[in-house]
Write a protein of this length. Sequence first.
Length: 231
Amino acid sequence: MRSSSHTLTHLISRLLLSVALGSVCLITGGAPSSVSAQDAVEIDPNLLDAPRPDYLGVRPGVTNFAPGKRVKVEPGKQVITWVGFQAKKDRGRVFIQMNTTPIYEVATSRPDQVIIDFPSATLHTKNDQSELDTGFFPTVVRSVRTRQVGKQLVRLFVKLREPARYRLKKDDNFLYLYFDPPKEPIDVLAEREREIEAMAPKEGSAMELKRRRVDPQLPDRLEGAQPAPSP
């Protein structure tokens, strides 16, 4: 039983990795980095030859505006129009695009997380609060997300796999966070397998069902119903 469960977990992990690698190819327009035969997943060749839609997001220096993301500059007001992530081998870069030169403050730099505040700022759309799961890239960046805190403050959260140095850079209306590579190479596939195994119920464990609370307003038995005869 445990062997079959482990096999299923392994197959799911391989599938997730293949999807992630396909996403890299879609965004960069090129082939993903080399994958060993052991990590390879058999894919229908027809799917590889099928036309892929163009990436409509922001790529700094290449495509600076996504559809519907051109926002007018208003004095004293910052609007975050895009939050993105790029990986170059084991180095991660988080970028934030705004309608003007970014004004920010580093709120927290912890071993597991970096938090940056943008005062007098709003998010362009609610969808800009969606979390970016960057865990399929072998960088120290685990995830990226933004939150509107009140009406005049946007907070950026960058979750890390391990402590790492980073540097901030402003360029026109972009703010970049460049993260150093991890101390040791990250085995993304093995990490995902451990996460899936941790979520799976342990062998021999049982889930207890909560009993429904009896509504005290309901009668003990239906009116006119006869009690069951005693055995």
